[in-house]
Design a protein around this ligand. Sequence first.
Ligand code: 3H9
Length: 715
Amino acid sequence: MNQAVTVSVDQGVALIRIDNPPVNALSPEVISGLETSLDRASRDSSVRAIVIIGAGRTFIAGADIKGLEQLAWGSDSGAPEIHDLLQTLEDTTKPVVMAMHGTALGGGLEVAMAGHYRVAVPDALMGQPEVNLGIIPGAEGTQRLPRLVGLEKAIEMCVSGKPIKAADALSAGLIDRIIEGDLATGASAFAREMAAQAGALPKTRERKDKLPPASAIPGMLEAGRDLARKTRRNLEAPVAVVDALEAAATRPFAEGCAREREIFFQLAQSEQAKALIHAFFAERGVSKVPGVSKDTVAAPVNRVAIVGAGTMGGGIAMACANAGISVRLTDTSQDAVDKGIATIRKNYDVSVKRGRFTPAMVEERMKRIAPQVGYDAFGDVDLVIEAVFENMALKKQIAGSVASLGKPEQVFATNTSTLDIDEIAVASGRPPQVLGLHFFSPANVMRLVEIVRGKATSPETLATAMAVAKKLGKVGVVVGNGPGFVGNRMMFPYMYEAQFLVEDGATPQQVDAALTGFGMAMGMFAVDDMAGLDVAWRVRQELNQFSQPGARKPLVADRLCEMGRFGQKTGKGWYLYGDDRKPQPDPEVLALIEQTATANNIRRRSFTNDEIIERTIYALINEGARVLDEGHALRAADIDVIYTNGYGFPAWRGGPMFYADRVGLKKIYDRVSAFHQELGQRWAPAPLLAKLAKEGTTFKELDKRRAGSLVGASS
Ligand code: 3H9
C-alpha cells in the first residue's frame, strides 16, 4: 500500500484501488503497491474476495511508456518487471476480480488476465496495443490472451493493436460479466458470489480449453503473419507478436513466457520502437501551447456553420456530424448545396457498404446537417468554418459578411491551405476570434488539422479550436501564419525536387516506388494526381513561387495542366487512370518529360533509389529546419506529428525530423551542402540545420532545451 494503491475492506471484500493519474500507468509505485495490498488482503481473515479497480477515468492504461522510452534508448532501469506480481495474483487463494472501466490496455490487460475473474462496464475497452509502440506485450499477455479468447482472436487483437469493447470481450471469453451501474458495487457483489462457490479458482495460465488442436495451428499462424504483413506494412512488431503467440499454442506456459520476453527485449530497443514511442509522446505534446494554459476557457462548440458545400466543406460537415455536432451547410445556390448533400450521402453510403456505419447511424448523422443558402441563423452557431476555394478576395468578403451576425465569442475559422490568416482576420473586423483550421482531404477521414494562429488570435479562440479538433477525433497542431503554414510549405520543396528528378532522368513511377519503399503511404506523383495538379498550379501562380533570379522552375507540371491533365479527376495526370483508379504509367507523359528536358538542355542520367530519397526527403528536412527556426512550428516533434498524420510519412520512422536525427544531422547537413554546390541556391542549408550539425546535437535535444520556454502551456 502506498499513495498510488489503497485498500478498503467492506463486507468481506477487499477493494484495492489504483490511483496514479492520469491513466493509472504501471509505475514501480503501482506495482509495489499492488503487491503489498494483495499480501495484506490475503492475510486478513475477514477478507473472502478481492476486487482490483482503477480510480479516475480508467483501469490501467498499460506499462509506463516513459519507462519504455528509457528502455528503448538503452536504460535497463526502464524495463518494467511484473512477472512476480502476476504470479502472486494468480496464486492468491481468495478470488481476485478485476473490475475494468475506461481502458485496460497493454500491461493493464496483462494484469487483468492474471486475475481469476474479470468484469467490466459496458463502454470499457480492452486491448494489447503494444505493436503500435514497436514492441509486443511483455508481461505474459501473448501467453494468457490466447488461453482466454483462442489463438485466432488473440492474433487479431495483438496484430491490429485495436482494443475491443466489453460486449465483444464477453462473447470472446476475456471477461466474465458486464456490470451495469456502479462498478465497485457490482464487482464486489460478483466477488462475493465467486467466494461462495466451491471448487478451485480458475488460473488462466493453466487453461488449455481455448487453444486450438495442433493440426489447426499452422494455418492460423500463417493467416496471422499474412494479416500482419498486409495490414501493418513495414512494421516489425505485428509479425513478431505472432511468433510469441505461436509459443503460447505450442509450448508450456513458462517456456512461452520466456520466448515472449526474448522477443520483447529484441524489439524494445529497435529503431521502430524508438520512433513509435517518439510519435506517441509527440502527439500528446502538441497540446502544450504558449499562452494557452489549463485556465484558458475554451467555448463549448455544439453548433457549427460551414460556408462552402464542396469537397472540403462536405468532408468537414461529415467530421462534425460524426462527432455529434449540428451543422449548417451553406453555399451560394440551392444547386451547389444539393450537390454537396448528395456527395455527403454518397460517401456515407460507401461507409455503410464497408460496414463502418449502420443505415440508422447514417440517418442520425444526415439529420445533423442542415443545408441552406445564405447566412440565416448564423447568429446561433459557436463556430463558422469557411471552406470555399483558395481565393483571398472571396475569403475576405465572407469573413466580413458573417462577422456581425454572431455572438461576440463566435469563432471564425478559414480552411485555407496557403493564404494569409491575418489579412482575412483584418477583413472580419474582429481578429481575436479568427484563425485558420487547415483540414486535410478527405476531411472526415484524415486525422490532421493545422490550427493556424494569427497575429491577433486570442488564447480563448485558440483553446476553442484545440478543443474542437479533439472533439472531432483529430490531432490539432498549432502552427504559425506563413505561406503554406508548416505541412504544405515543407511539401513544396519535396514535391518540386521529385519533379526535378524526373526532368533529370528518373521516371514518376521510379520516384514513387523509391518513396513507398522508404515507407511513404503514397509516392509524390500519385499524391499530386490525387490532390489535383491544378491545386499546386494555382498556388505556383498565387505565391509566385519561382520568382527569385536563377531559380529552377519545374516545367512538366505546368505543361500537364495546360493539357488539362489534372490528375485522377480527369482520368490522367502524371499517370493514367482507369475505373479502378490505379495509376498506370503513361507513355505520353514519359515522352513529354523527355522532350521538355531536351528542349531545355537538361542532361538526363539515371538515379539510384538512395539518391532519390536523399533528394526528396532531405529537401523536406531542410525546409523543416527553416520552419522551426522561424517559429512557424513550436517543436520539431510537431512537424513529425504533422507529417505522420497528414502526409503519409511512416510513423515507424518517427517523422521527418526524428528520421533526420537518426540519420545524423551532420550527415544530412553534408549532403544538403553537396546538393547546394551541385544544384544551386534552392539547396542552401537551413541555418538551424547547420548549427545543430556543428554542435553535434539533434532536433529532439533542441525540443527538450526549448521546452522550458513553453512553461505555462497547458497539458
Ligand atoms: C505496455 O503496456 C507494455 C506491456 O506489455 C508491459 C511490458 C513489460 N504511460 O492520450 P491522452 C499519458 S505498453 C505513460 O492525451 P486520452 C499521456 O502521455 C503500453 N503515460 O488521453 C498524457 O500525458 P500528458 C500499452 C501515459 O484520454 C496523458 O496520459 N498502453 C500512458 O485521449 C493523457 O493521455 C498503451 O499503449 C502510459 N501508458 O487517451 C496505451 N498512457 O497529459 C497508451 C497515457 O502529460 N495510451 N499517458 O501529455 C493511450 O492509448 C491513451 O493515452 C488512453 C487515454 C486511451 C489511455
